[in-house]
Design a protein around this ligand. Sequence first.
Ligand SMILES: [Zn+2]
Ligand SMILES: [Zn+2]
Length: 237
Amino acid sequence: MKIIRDNKAATFTLVPVDKSERAVFGHLIPKLKNGDTFTYGGREDDGEYCKVRLHFGSKMVEKVERVGGITVHRGVEEGGICLVLNGSTKKDKLEVGGMRNSCYFGACSPIFLKTTKVSGVKSLVITLKLCKHCKAPMISMHACEWSTCNACAEKCQHTYKKGMVHGAGVGDMAVGEFCTKCGRGKPLTGNEPKKTQAQRHLDVERELGVHVMYHNSSATPSQIVAAEKAAGVIPTK
Ligand SMILES: [Zn+2]
Ligand SMILES: [Zn+2]
């Protein structure tokens, strides 16, 4: 699948490239009306990139299973059409990863806007969420997470609060000041020292009282910061 991002319109155009994708689009397109939504059905990760499942017209049903003597209840999408976003090129795969982050952190139900033709191939134009203030389409993770488009965030009378800020990556967190209404970060003055990840984690522990643990190491953020200082990675004063 080829994915074309339009930042200005805040849309993605999904272009089917192989036979099976064209078949799914063929089933899907006659059923879609402007404003119809897809349910985000999770990702399949191959370690480097991911595919994203979007369900249309499906129903959430509860499945009860016995796994190792434990009863597990889980929601499964049944029926409808499953559209798998599977990027063709590296660039397309990165777009799928970005869409996944917006859907996951922004709790998005992607919205069908219209069909279009790309080099003669019938394609779908979607956006990820609508702004809660002005209904503008949005695709960026941060805008979706706060349901506030960039134009509305610019008009916001910000009230900043100190708290945890995060990026899309695992462990990508820090203490920062952000607006409690639009979620945008307080503009930096440019004089802030650049911090290592361990320093940012140490801030999170000290200022927010949130304990940070690593999967691949038993070291604590303060031990790593001490090692970084000893190694001259960060200034000691
Ligand atoms: Zn808006
Ligand atoms: Zn604000």
